[in-house]
Design a protein around this ligand. Structure first.
Ligand code: OSB
Ligand code: MG
Length: 382
C-alpha cells in the first residue's frame, strides 16, 4: 500500500516503462565449495534471472529462489509459474509501481517472484534516468559493511581455518551455521581462538522449545545474535525463547514482509531482523521495513541467498538505506564463484568495506558470453 512520506513513496510513484522484451534466463554456476546448512547442502547456484529490454536498454534482475524448497517454499519453478501466469500480465506501461504492488497483492505470498519483477523495473528505471540504483532509492553513495556466512563444516579444524581466512580478509562479522549437536562445542572452539571477532550463528530453524536449555548455553559466547533458532513458520514460540535467552534472536525465514516484522517486534520474538529483499517481496517493502525498524531502534541487516553478481549488487544498493546498521551476508564474489556472470566482482577494500557500484542501474555489467556459457534455460515471455 502506498504510504505517503515513507521511504518507498517516491518509488511508488514511478511508472512501469514500456517493455520490448521480457526473458527468464536460468544459469547454473558451480560453487567453489559446497555450502552446508541444517536444512540442505548446496553445491551450485541455479539462479533464475529476468532480462528486461526497453528502448535499447537492458536491465537484469535475479529471482533469489533455489531450484528446491528447502530454505523457502518458493522455487525457481513456482516463481516462473507465478511470474508468467499471474504477475507479468498485470504490467501496463504508465502504471505507478505503488498501484502495481497493490495488484500484485492479489497474489498471496510468492514474494521472491514479485521481487524479481519489481526490482527489475526499478533497475530499468534507474538506467533510463542514468542514475545508480541507490540514487533512485534516495540514498547517497556509500561503502557498506561486509559479512561472511560460513556453512557447516566436516571438522572443527576446517571451521577454524574458514574463520581465520575471513578474519584475515577483514570481514566485519562472521556468521557460522549451526545445527542441533553441531553447536556449543563448535562455537566454543571459534570463541577460544578468536575472542574478539563479531560472531553470530544461524540455525535455519533446527531447534524447538524443548532445546531451550541447550540454546541458553550459547549465551556465554557473546554472540551478536542467534538467527532463526526455531521453525521457519514460527513467530510466537520465538517470543517465548527470547525471554529465556540473553543473546538477541534475529528472524530470517519467519519474516515475509512488514506485517510479520511488526508482529515479531510486538511479541518480542526477536531484537534484530534479517531483511532479504527477495523474501519480503522486493526493494520497496525492504525500504519500508528498514524504516519501521529504524524508527523503533531495531537494527536490521541484509541477508543473502548466495546470489550471482546481479542479486548481490541489489543487496549492496539496498544497504545504503537507513536502518542497515549491522553487517549483512554480503561477501566477496570469490567466496562462492570462480567466475560470475557479472563484472566487476564484489571485493573487500583494505578496511573490509564494499564499495557500492557507481554506474547507472546496478552499476555492474552482465557479461553475455558468461550467461550463454552457463544458461540451462532461456525463455522469452514477451
Ligand atoms: O539462512 O541466511 C540463510 C544462504 C542460502 C539460504 C539461506 C541462507 C543463506 C546464507 C548465506 O546464510 C547468504 C549469503 O552468503 O548470500
Ligand atoms: Mg538465515
Amino acid at each position: 500500500m502506498p504510504v505517503p512520506g515513507s521511504p518507498a513513496a517516491v518509488l511508488e510513484s514511478l511508472v512501469v516503462p514500456k517493455l520490448d522484451h521480457v526473458d527468464l534466463v536460468t544459469v547454473k554456476l558451480p560453487f567453489v565449495a559446497p555450502f552446508g546448512t541444517s536444512v540442505y547442502t548446496w553445491t551450485d547456484k541455479e539462479a533464475m534471472l529476468m532480462r528486461l529490454e526497453s528502448g535499447g536498454l537492458t536491465a537484469w534482475s535475479e529471482c533469489v529462489s533455489d531450484p528446491d524448497p528447502y530454505y523457502f517454499y518458493e522455487t525457481n519453478a513456482t516463481a516462473r509459474h507465478i511470474i508468467k501466469d499471474f504477475l507479468l500480465p498485470l504490467l501496463e506501461p504508465g502504471l505507478a509501481l505503488g498501484r502495481l504492488e497493490a495488484k500484485f497483492g492479489h497474489v498471496r505470498g510468492h514474494g521472491m517472484a514479485k521481487a524479481t519483477i519489481e526490482n527489475g523495473l526499478l533497475i530499468l528505471i534507474a538506467l533510463q534516468q542514468g542514475v545508480p540504483l541507490h540514487t533512485l532509492l534516495g540514498r547517497p553513495a556509500a561503502r557498506i559493511m561486509s559479512g561472511l556466512s560460513i556453512g557447516l563444516k566436516e571438522t572443527p579444524a576446517e571451521l577454524l581455518a574458514a574463520v581465520e581466512r575471513a578474519v584475515s580478509k577483514g570481514y566485519h562479522r562472521i556468521k557460522m551455521k549451526v545445527k542441533k549437536g553441531q553447536d556449543i562445542d563448535w562455537v566454543r572452539a571459534v570463541r577460544e581462538r578468536f575472542p574478539k571477532v563479531r560472531l553470530m550463528v544461524d540455525a535455519n530453524g533446527d531447534y524447538t522449545l524443548a532445546d531451550t536449555d541447550r540454546l541458553r548455553r550459547l549465551d556465554e559466547f557473546d554472540l551478536m545474535m542467534i538467527e532463526q533458532p526455531l521453525s521457519y513458520s514460527d513467530i510466537y514460540e520465538h517470543s517465548l525463547l527470547q525471554k529465556e535467552l540473553k543473546t538477541a534472536i534475529c528472524l530470517d525465514e519467519s519474516i515475509h514482509g512488514l506485517a510479520d516484522a511488526a508482529t515479531a517486534l510486538a511479541l518480542g520474538a526477536c531484537r534484530v531482523i534479517n531483511i532479504k529483499q527477495g523474501r519480503v517481496g522486493g526493494l520497496m517493502e525492504s525500504m519500508r521495513m528498514a524504516r519501521y525498524c529504524a524508527d523503533r531502534g531495531v537494527p536490521v541487516w541484509s541477508g543473502g541467498m548466495d546470489e550471482t553478481g546481479v542479486g548481490r549488487a541489489v543487496n549492496i544498493h539496498l544497504q545504503t538505506a537507513e536502518g542497515f546498521t549491522l553487517p549483512g551476508d554480503t561477501s566477496e564474489t570469490s567466496n562462492y564463484f570462480d567466475r560470475d556472470i557479472a563484472e566487476p566482482p564484489v571485493v573487500l577494500d583494505a578496511e573490509g568495506f564494499i564499495a557500492v557500484p557507481a554506474g547507472p542501474g546496478l552499476g555492474v555489467r552482465v557479461v553475455p558470453e558468461r550467461v550463454l556459457e552457463r544458461a540451462v534455460r532461456w525463455e522469452r515471455l514477451r
